[in-house]
Design a protein around this ligand. Structure first.
Ligand SMILES: *Cc1c(COP(=O)(O)O)cnc(C)c1O
Length: 306
């Protein structure tokens, strides 16, 4: 049984300017249902089982950690899985796509079926007419939104922190859709604050999270560490991630956790935190994406991520 109550261990990383940083190793929760995707799927899988669904349907980009996690969870719990994938061109010659794309190849090997749609169509994914068309096409399916974020996902993310973590002043997490950050905020003690590090450009997430939890003020989102936008990366970030791995023997992914750790380090250097502050950063996983990023880096003539 995978989705039992699992607690991940905290690892001490370093003390700098009197600030101590620990890393919660959610990346080690499961080899294929990684980090926060494990937390987000737990109650969704239980709900789909309860409602006696046979099929899970979800959405994602071609390298999505969420697609990978849903495909494996489906295989494990005997659900058929359907992935609505952004990028119509990927469906033209599916054999070539699978050969070149480790995420989709893995998902397919778990039994996931794909529907490739155009980027503009993908933007409608939350609209009622779009969803009802999917239901017409695929029948009764349990739908999990992009990135896995819904109420049940947030409930799962509320289980990341435990009573052991009450000694930390700040809890840091990377932000994509904001589901993980929302769960973390919901489970904070009165003495704690959460900091989200946005993996994408823009401050719309602040508004979105505010809508979900309007009465909480014990959190903020850092908007300066996206490195140009979602999945954008430069030599400075690559170097940081590789040095981090050398020093602590812990891999960070370039899209989420690498940017968060870079941001934490930078805020400490800017003396944003008081001496004696204890920070707990959450390693949300995502390491399956490194392979695809390295291919992109090779094409650009940039060094590889270790
Ligand atoms: C999906 C993902 C995130 C973003 O989580 P949200 O809940 O969508 O904000 C962060 N880190 C990793 C490794 C992820 O795969």
């Amino acid at each position: 049984m995978v989705f039992k109550n699992i607690v991940s261990k905290n690892e001490f990383l370093y003390t700098k300017n009197g600030i101590s940083v620990y890393l919660k190793r959610e990346d080690l929760l499961h080899p294929y249902i990684s980090g926060n995707k494990f937390r987000k799927l737990k109650y969704n899988i239980l709900e789909a089982q309860k409602e006696e669904h046979k099929t899970l349907l979800t959405f994602g980009g071609a390298h999505s950690n969420h697609i990978s996690a849903v495909a494996y969870a489906g295989k494990l719990y005997n659900f058929k899985t359907i992935g609505i994938i952004r990028g119509e061109e990927l469906g033209m010659v599916i054999e070539n796509t699978l050969e070149q794309n480790t995420t989709l190849k893995f998902a397919a090997s778990c039994g996931m079926k794909f529907k490739f749609i155009t980027r503009s169509n993908y933007r409608n994914k939350n609209e009622e007419s779009f969803i009802s068309n999917l239901k017409k096409e695929f029948g009764t399916v349990y739908i999990i939104p992009e990135g896995g974020t819904n109420k049940l996902a947030i409930k799962g993310c509320q289980e990341i922190l435990t009573s052991e973590d009450e000694k930390f002043d700040y809890i840091c997490t990377s932000v994509g859709t904001g589901g993980t950050l929302t769960g973390v905020i919901n489970s904070l003690k009165h003495n704690q604050k959460a900091i989200g590090f946005s993996s994408l450009k823009g401050d719309f997430l602040k508004t979105e999270i505010n809508k979900l939890i309007p009465n909480n003020t014990n959190w903020n989102i850092q908007l300066n560490y996206h490195f140009g936008g979602f999945a954008k990366i430069n030599i400075e970030l690559i170097t940081f991630i590789n040095k981090f791995n050398e020093k602590y023997n812990i891999a960070l992914d370039p899209i989420y956790t690498g940017k968060m750790m870079f941001g934490i380090n930078d805020l400490i250097e800017q003396k944003v935190f008081k001496k004696g502050t204890n920070i707990l950063a959450i390693h949300t996983g995502g390491l399956q994406g490194i392979h695809a990023m390295n291919k992109k880096l090779t094409k650009k003539g940039l060094p590889q991520i270790a």
